[in-house]
Design a protein around this ligand. Structure first.
Ligand SMILES: Cc1cc2nc3c(=O)[nH]c(=O)nc-3n(C[C@H](O)[C@H](O)[C@H](O)COP(=O)(O)O)c2cc1C
Length: 194
């Protein structure tokens, strides 16, 4: 059975993080199940000039060979909605504070929140990259609640020690940190060696 990962992309700034994460995961012999919320699609259009069809074109080969499955948030009957569908881990990048709150409260109204809820109940690795600035007490309380359950809270916060020279290098650093959280090898940024 191929190792399966779930990627959730919700409606926060920095949708490129999720798209770049997909590209990196799909370089490996993995099966990736990705769910995009409707606000994420809106922001993807604004920030990347990419609509759902454009995204499908970008990952045409991976969709064809079924290493990538793409779902809308309304597809509640998708395999990742069930705990019986085995997966290694899930990453939500970027994670809006609305989705953060939904996950923290087990609301599970759409496929993304449901899949995250499944990862928590099945005690599988769940990594969230909440994107907001500044965070309110409400946001921080949701993060604390989830961190206490073992959820990895990995907001897209830059480290400047690799001296990034472009947005691409900055995004690669952040995606590299998400891959670190998943325990996957990569060379997306230069590690601090003292
Ligand atoms: C252009 C744009 C940028 C946004 N950026 C953020 C953001 O960085 N963080 C956030 O939590 N919400 C942001 N929002 C608001 C969310 O998209 C909104 O709360 C939405 O309901 C989130 O739904 P979802 O979590 O189901 O995707 C943004 C909205 C727009 C239109």
């Amino acid at each position: 059975m191929p190792r399966r990962y779930v990627v959730g992309i919700s409606g926060a700034s920095g949708v490129l993080l999720g798209v770049r994460l997909l590209e990196e995961l799909l370089l490996r012999p993995l099966e990736v199940h990705c769910v995009l919320t409707a606000p994420a699609e809106l922001i993807m259009k604004k920030e990347l000039g990419l609509d759902r069809q454009g995204l499908r074109r970008r990952f045409r080969a991976e969709l064809r060979d079924k290493s990538l499955r793409l779902y809308a948030d309304s597809e509640l009957a998708a395999p990742i909605a069930s705990g019986s569908f085995r997966t290694e881990a899930m990453v939500v990048a970027p994670c809006s504070v609305k989705t953060l709150s939904g996950i923290a409260h087990g609301y599970a109204s759409g496929l993304l929140e449901r899949a995250a809820d499944v990862h928590i109940k099945e005690r599988r690795l769940l990594v969230l990259a909440p994107r907001e600035m500044p965070f309110s007490v409400l946001h921080l309380e949701c993060m604390l609640r989830l961190a206490r359950l073992g959820v990895v809270i990995a907001p897209p916060v830059m480290g400047l020690y690799p001296r990034p020279k472009s947005v691409k290098e900055m995004v690669d650093f952040l995606v590299g940190k998400l891959l670190d959280a998943l325990g996957l090898e990569h060379e997306l940024y230069r590690r601090w060696e003292g």
